[in-house]
Design a binder for this molecule. Sequence first.
Ligand SMILES: Nc1ncnc2c1ncn2[C@@H]1O[C@H](COP(=O)(O)OP(=O)(O)OP(=O)(O)O)[C@@H](O)[C@H]1O
Ligand SMILES: [Mg+2]
Length: 421
Amino acid sequence: MASVAQLHPEPAPVVACTVSRDVQNFDLLIEDMETELGESWGDLSFADAMVFFDQPDAAALEFIAVAVDDEDEPNLAQISAVVTAARDKGIRVILIADQMSPAGLHQLLRLGAEDFVPYPLPEGALHDSIERLRRPAPPPATASAVVPETAQPHPTFAAKGDRDGVILPVHGLAGGVGATSFAVNLAWELANSSKTNAPCVCIIDLDLQFGSVATYLDLPRRDQVFEILSDTPSIDSDTFVQSMLTFNDKLHVFTSPADMLPLDFITSDDVGRILAMARANFDFVIVDMPKAIVQWTETVLNAAHVYFALIELDMRSAQNALRLVRALKAENLPHEKLRFALNRAPGFTDLSGKSRVKRLAESLSIEIEVMLPDGGKPVTQSNDHGLPLAENSAKNPLRKEIQKLAKQISDLNKAVETARK
Ligand SMILES: Nc1ncnc2c1ncn2[C@@H]1O[C@H](COP(=O)(O)OP(=O)(O)OP(=O)(O)O)[C@@H](O)[C@H]1O
Ligand SMILES: [Mg+2]
């Protein structure tokens, strides 16, 4: 490491700096910076950073790693100024945060910090973050697919609070098992389950960090979402519904926020309020859950009518399913609401695959009630185009299975409604 003040005349140009109250508080960051950049980085205090940005040497800076902890909280204004000044000079900002409050984090991310890594740094996290910064911007074709927010259709109906919707959360028990694809397509199929009397459906993305419902439906992430999540007690149903976007006028979508938020940014009470408002205004409420189990998972499980747990036919899914069931049982939570859905399930002719599924279910003492076939490349293509399978690849086997399931759910619901009346 070189101190920025001693850099003249230094052969290796400084391409990055840590900016912190005292970099010695972040020794893992020092190690990682050395691994990534050798000698070509320096460290700055917040005050020095402002001065350095105006010097010619600053032109070589690729990024700064702003490292903050809870003691920096009172000094947020000065740190914000550093982030803003860096952005104005075209210097990228990675935020390294140790015990920072969600509000503080959010402020810095909004001002232009491009990436956020928690401290202590997970293995390889700084490396990945630098890679992300260096990755070229997406090609214009993708960029042009993003419709400006003003062009987005907003809900036209007012919140009446006259419904008693069915809450259907979807939770992937391992990364990338297809939970969001299932949630989005199930929501769309439900919204289209009847030509004459279609139910009112919404999808709520509670994956506050990596939520991709907006991506899969090509919708922007609106600022209102953050405002609602930060202050649910003062939000009424109307404001909530108006914060949603609609997909093809039929499906209402409450996207994840524009910036990544810690999962404990919202409390169980917040989630309870959001679900209550959704339930009162829609017939079906699909909730895309984060992979992690958090404090409010219990709230969602309790509110759910059925809780879809997505797995694949592999060991990590099996072990995670086992752990989840055990954890729910240990806490006396309603594990019987879980409906296991096996994604990329083996086809009819795959006898050995089918016997593996049987063994999996037996060894976990669970029933696997939903089998979702592999839909191949068109699934990812539809997601990338921001379209449900029905709109892009209607004959896809995955679509057909989700369509069938939606029909069953909607018929069952109608039967229950009729019985009630
Ligand atoms: N049945 C399927 N057939 C083919 N491709 C699929 C299928 N299900 C999901 N995929 C693809 O797998 C990838 C992961 O899917 P998806 O984002 O829905 O998973 P996830 O469980 O929500 O992931 P994350 O852990 O990131 O939330 C996507 O590229 C999607 O298009
Ligand atoms: Mg997902």
